[in-house]
Structure formats: C-alpha cells, structure tokens
Design a protein around this ligand. Structure first.
Ligand code: SF4
Length: 743
C-alpha cells in the first residue's frame, strides 16, 4: 500500500495504534514523529465513501507518499482499492495550482487578486440586476463539516441568498425525507455493526460487496452466524448470489414490494401490536394503503413470484431481530422517499427498531454524506439540522453568525428546482464547490445548456473537472489531506480528518477562499479569517440544542477517544451510536410515525421505441463522478471505461456479443459502449456504471425527473433501446488535465 517505486520501503509496516501515538510522543492531532525529522504518520480517515475508514498517511517533507489502514478505527485494519489509492491525488500532476479566468480564448492563468475581483464584480453585477437571490451556491458532501457549514453561512450571510443546496440531493435526500417523516430526525437508526447481530437481513437496492466493501464484513458475519439474507436487486450481485432469497425486481417497483410485504405481515398476524400501540401513530392509514397490495398484484408489478414476496414477508415478520438496509437503488426513483417510508413502515409494524440487531439503516455513499446534510449547506436547513420553520432556530443561528434574525433569508429550494429558475433567467450566477454536475446530474445536455447560460459560473475544486471546464472562474482549493476538519460517516460517527501537507502551488484552503470573497463583498465583520478549529468551534455553538448536536464533540475528544456518534450535547456525553433505544422519537408527539404509501409508476415506462429499463450504479474502483479516481492509475487501470451489462437472451435477440459495441439510446441522448453479457441481470434491464463524462456518460441517457418530496433524480428507471453497432465503442477520453499544473 505504499508507493515504493518512488521511495524506499517503509521501515514501519505496522502503523502505531492510538495508545502508541501518545505514548510514543505523538502530538494531540495524532501525528507521530519517526526518528527522521522529515518523516511522519498522520492519523486521518479516507477521502472517499461514507464508511470513512481510518488510515495513516505517510508523509515525507511536503509530500504524502503512502498509506496504511488503522487498526483502531471501525475499518479494523482494512481499506478498499479506493482507500489504498486516495493519497495519490494529493500531489497529482493534474492538481489545480493557480486560479483560472475565462477570456475569449478560454481559461487562462490569473492572479488571486484578478480572479477574486472577477468573482466579486460578477456577484455584484448579478445581484444588482436580479437581487440577492439571483446568486446560488452548490456544495459537495465530500467536504468536511467545517466547509459545508461555512458554505451555508457564506450563502446566507455573505451573499444574502436563499439559494444554496448540495450534491447529497443525488444521494441521501430520499432516505432523509423518510427519516424526518417517520422519526423526526435524519440519521441512520442503527449502527452498521448491528447487522452482525440480526437474525434476518433485508437488503434493498444496495450492492454492498462492490460499493461498501469494508462494511460487507458485518453482513458476512451475520450469515456465518446463521442469519437469513433476503436481497432485493434487479441484478444478481455478490450478495444476491449467496442470499437465501433473491428478489430480482423490476427497477422502480420497491414501493409495491414493500407494501405487499406489509400486507402479508398484517394478514398473517405478524404485527407487533404492543409496540405499535405504545410507540407509533398513523398505523391504520398505512394499513389501509397496503390493503390493495396483495402479493399477486405486487408480483405482477415487480416481476417476481408472489410466493417469494410472501416468503420474504414471513421471514422478516417472524424474526426476533430483523434489520432492513437500503441504498440508492431504492432511493433513485420518483418513489424514492415513499419507498424509504414503506421500508420504515415494515420495521415499525414488526417492532424492529431501537434494539441491538433489530432496526433500520440507510447506507451513505459520499464521504460526508451524513454530515453534509447537517450544518446548513442544504437548502432547507440551518446548522445542527435545524429548520427554518422554527423561529427559535433562526434566532439562535443568527446570534452565532452575528446578524439580526430579520436578515436571515427564507429557506431555499432543492438544486433541481433552482435549475428551473436558471432556465427562466431568475438565478443568473452559481458558485459550485467540490462537485461535478456535468457527470452527476441527469440529462447532461440540459445541464450543459444551463451552466453555459449563466452570467457568472464559479468553480472551486482541486482538479479541472468536466464542470470546471465550463466556468468563468476556477479557484484552486484544498484536498482532504490539506486541512483539518470532521466528517460524519454513514453511522453518524464524527471522525477527525487531520492535515498532512499544505495545498500545492498557489492553491488555498476552501474556507479561506469563501471567507475572502465574503470579505471583499463587505462582510468582514461576520467573516474574519479563521482556522478550521475556530470554524468548528463556531459550528458546535451553532449546533447546540439542534437535532444534530455536536456540542460535546471537540477536536480534543476526537483525537483522544476516536470517532463519536452524534447527538452528543455535553462534554461528558458518550455519543449516540444507536438511536431510539429509549423508544422516544424526535416527532411532535414523541412517537414513530407510519406513513401511508401510495405507489406511482416510474418516471419513464418502457414502450415500443424504448423497450428496456436502464439502471445505473457504482463500481468498486471508482468514486462518484470520477473526477478524482479516474486520474489514479491503480484505479483507472481496473475500470478504465464504462460498459453496458446485458442478459445473454437479450443480447442474442439484438445480435450483440460479449465485448461488441452497443448503441444505447434514450429519449434524452445516445452513446456507444462495449457489451458485458452476463446472466446476472434481468432480461428486460441493462446496467451502466456512471463514473465517466461525455461521450460515455450514463447521464446522457437519464431523464430530469424527480421525487416530488426529496427532489432526488430518478436515475434508476430510464427507458432505452439497444442496438448492435458497427461503430467502435467510444475511446474514453481521460479527465481534463490542467496544463502546467504539476507540483
Ligand atoms: Fe473505506 Fe470507503 Fe475509503 Fe474504501 S472508499 S477505504 S470503503 S472509506
């Protein structure tokens, strides 16, 4: 796991544990000096997914040259391929090392003063013409909480706009909406370790072995103990292959399946009536909504045998301890939020919540997918997971921010509603930090038209992404190992990220960039230049009394104790790994709420012109839009390009053979990809991984239609046609390279 081609092999093959760090003279931040003054280990967590594996970065001078997994954190000495390679992005030759501004000839090098003047002048022009709300911000949920907090404050105080949102809009918002409506709080109910204690596991739309390869150990451990696995997925994933019951449902029909399972639980007398009566409300309405969903009707909708639906319900309903987990397969639909509510209904009806090994878990994709939706960059939230509907919340946060409550903008709107305002000319400027919509938003053609049509489009990033290429100004920001901060992982465990090196060249910490823009807009008083630690202390104060209460989680405690799960309201509070153990919920009546789930059809239905369902997803060697992982040779060598998975019968019917080019066409776009002919997918469905940009972007094919509650895109239910092609599959273009950016 080390770059031994460039440096000599490590002398310390086993990094020190936490005790060693302190007993051997490591400082409070977990840095452990070796006997060579320019060599050190930096204790931190991974740059990528929501597991947030602990790792030590090996630093020599001003360069990170290797990585080792930590034994003292929840990954227990393991990393997946992405974690092994994460450090290679830090001093990558493609790093942005100076600002860029657009002239008639394209992007060119600029000084910080010129670039910031261009940004500030542009903001003033946009807001003079269209008012404060003519500017919008959009942030990434891979950033540490200090940055996400600062972005929300920057939007509302620095710009005075109500329009801020984040790229968790494509990740956790459906699960979050369901969590709020059911439990009154948006975080996973049970820690992932509870999976290992369950008797029955129901996993929907989550390719855990491929996309959460460190978490899969808890599922294997449960199965080794004899737990029964029920896997719901249109593809026969590795998990489906070993499951006692695999339901390969049609994409977009999870709500029908879950309603039918609850129907069986009701009719076969498997309800936990005592729990329902004492700790929930709304059951009768939910029960009435599932009454029409007989197993036979759901079988017709979902494309799986009715007997399998009954068996799944009986296994789940009769278990002493059952755990239900889902991810984006269930959520990337117009039914996404309602599907998640149907999942929670099933847990509540069977009394599976708030107990070790019994409950509900949403598996988070992005590194700070949980924290990124807690502290104010999300359109409807203030820090601490506070709501604009609470006047006390506005007063508290305004006090921390040093503004009058009357200055607080109204709540905003999800980014995909904001896009309609951009098309209508109401929002004319966008500052995008740490996100790549040209790969990740649906209907890529529309995305490009919108971004190119803005009067001001500013990007802060570490690489020149497909989206940064369209910007008027590109500001070089900081990578995860270049600033201090915290993230909240999939289990709401707050993890400390430590700084290993400075940003390269003229690149700056993102907090400095946002602060400097705000100061140049005349907001010096609210935006003094602050260290990450000072920003975090302000965040903790802003979170005090909120649902996501970080008050008791100090840097010092994280450094001494390791990750702590919020809520943690006081310095001596141990944190909250498992929610609702006292069976008190964060709703107005203190009870868990059932939600009656009406089932709508997917956003697009296959027809004669587009007869096949397209679903998209992730691959173990790539992360999200691939802006980082496509540049790392070890990862891009494993999956250099996307493909289209097709069942052998479907391939034969279209004259397609394994590896041959296939044209895939939807109502929104077309592309050519090599075929991967596999028996592990439904005959009426194809699959494309989504980590690449044009000309092989999966999102050329997806429709811009959304869940009306969460505004998550319906990525998983496009309709396409496939044809054997005589064109060579597109040669995959490498990600954009910043010329002259080498460190
Ligand atoms: Fe762990 Fe996720 Fe990083 Fe892999 S990508 S090492 S699973 S945090």
């Amino acid at each position: 796991m080390t770059d031994t081609g460039r440096r000599r092999p490590f002398r310390h093959l086993t990094p020190p544990g936490v005790d060693d760090l302190h007993s051997a003279g490591g400082d409070a931040a977990g840095r452990w000096e070796t006997d060579k003054p320019d060599e050190r280990w930096v204790a931190t967590h991974c740059a990528f997914c929501g597991v947030q594996c602990g790792m030590h970065l090996r630093v020599v001078g001003d360069e990170v040259i290797g990585v080792e997994p930590r034994m003292d954190t929840h990954n227990r000495g393991k990393l997946c391929p992405k974690g092994v390679a994460a450090y290679q992005q830090i001093s990558h030759a493609d790093r942005l090392t100076y600002p860029l501004v657009r002239d008639a000839d394209g992007l060119r090098r600029a000084t910080w003063d010129e670039a910031l003047d261009r940004v500030v002048d542009g903001i003033r022009r946009v807001q003079t013409a269209g008012g404060p709300d003519a500017m919008a911000t959009y942030g990434g949920a891979s950033m540490v909480n200090e940055k996400t907090y600062m972005l929300g404050k920057f939007a509302r105080v620095g710009l005075g706009t109500r329009f801020t949102d984040y790229n968790g809009r494509m990740c956790m918002v459906s699960a979050g909406a369901a969590n709020y409506r059911s439990f009154g709080i948006d975080r996973t109910a049970n820690p992932i370790t509870d999976v290992a204690m369950a008797d029955v596991l129901l996993v929907l739309g989550a390719n855990v072995p491929e996309t959460f390869p460190i978490y899969i150990r808890w599922f294997w451990e449960a199965m080794d103990r004899g737990a029964t696995m029920i896997c719901v997925d249109p593809r026969e994933t590795t998990l489906a292959r070993v499951a006692q019951l695999h339901l390969p449902i049609r994409p977009g029909t999870d709500g029908a399946l879950l309603n039918a399972m609850l129907h069986v639980v009701v009719h076969e007398g498997m309800l936990d009536e005592e729990f329902i009566a004492a700790h929930t409300s709304g059951f009768e309405e939910a029960k009435a909504a599932v009454e029409p969903w007989t197993p036979a009707r759901a079988a017709d909708t979902c494309g799986v045998p009715a007997a399998d639906i009954v068996r799944a319900a009986e296994l789940f309903g009769s278990a002493d301890k059952a755990m239900l987990s889902h991810a984006r397969g269930l959520e990337h639909q117009v039914m996404g939020s309602r599907n998640a509510m149907a999942a929670i209904n099933l847990c509540l009806a069977t009394g599976n919540i708030g107990r070790p090994g019994a409950g509900y878990g949403t598996i988070t994709g992005q590194g700070n997918g949980q924290g990124g939706r807690e502290h104010g960059q999300k359109c409807d939230q203030l820090p601490g997971m506070r709501h604009f509907t609470d006047p006390g919340a506005i007063e508290h946060v305004a006090g921390v921010w040093g503004i009058d409550p009357s200055e607080m903008p109204e709540p905003g709107e999800p980014i995909f509603r904001q896009l309609e305002r951009m098309e209508a000319g109401e929002i004319r400027g966008l500052l995008n930090i740490c996100s790549n919509p040209m790969v990740s938003w649906p209907d890529q053609g529309r995305t490009q038209r919108i971004l190119e049509g803005l009067d001001l489009y500013v990007v802060i990033d570490i690489f020149l992404s497909e989206s940064a290429l369209l910007a008027d100004v590109v500001l070089p920001g900081s990578a995860w190992a270049e600033t201090e901060g915290v993230v909240a992982n999939s289990d709401a465990l707050v993890c400390k990220i430590n700084k290993a090196v400075d940003p390269p060249g003229e690149a700056k910490p993102d907090i400095w960039i946002l602060t400097e823009i705000a100061r140049r807009l005349g907001r010096e008083e609210q935006f003094p230049h602050m260290s990450a630690r000072e920003v975090y202390d302000e965040l903790r104060r802003a979170s005090t009394g909120g649902r996501a209460d970080y008050t008791g989680i100090t840097y010092e405690r994280l450094e001494a104790e390791g990750p702590i799960a919020w809520p943690c309201p006081t310095d001596d509070h141990p944190g909250t790994p498992r929610m609702f153990e006292d069976l008190r919920f964060y709703t107005d009546d203190g009870k868990a709420h059932f939600n009656a789930v009406e089932v709508d059809p997917p956003a697009e239905e296959p027809d004669d012109d587009y007869p096949i369902r397209l679903t998209t997803g992730r691959n173990v060697a790539q992360y999200l839009s691939g802006n980082q992982t496509r540049r790392l040779g070890y990862l891009s060598d494993q999956t250099p390009a996307p493909w289209v998975e097709i069942h052998p019968n479907t391939a034969a019917a279209h004259g397609i053979s394994d590896g041959s080019p296939v044209r895939v066409t939807s109502r929104w776009g077309t592309t050519v990809l090599p075929a991967l002919v596999v028996r592990t997918i439904r005959q009426d469905t194809v699959f494309i991984p989504y980590h690449w940009g044009h000309p092989v972007a999966a999102n050329q094919l997806t429709k811009a239609s959304f869940d009306p509650i969460s505004w998550i895109p319906a990525f998983k239910t496009a309709a396409v046609r496939i044809e054997a092609s005589d064109e060579a599959a597109w040669a995959v273009t490498p990600p954009p390279v910043h010329q002259g950016g080498a460190r």
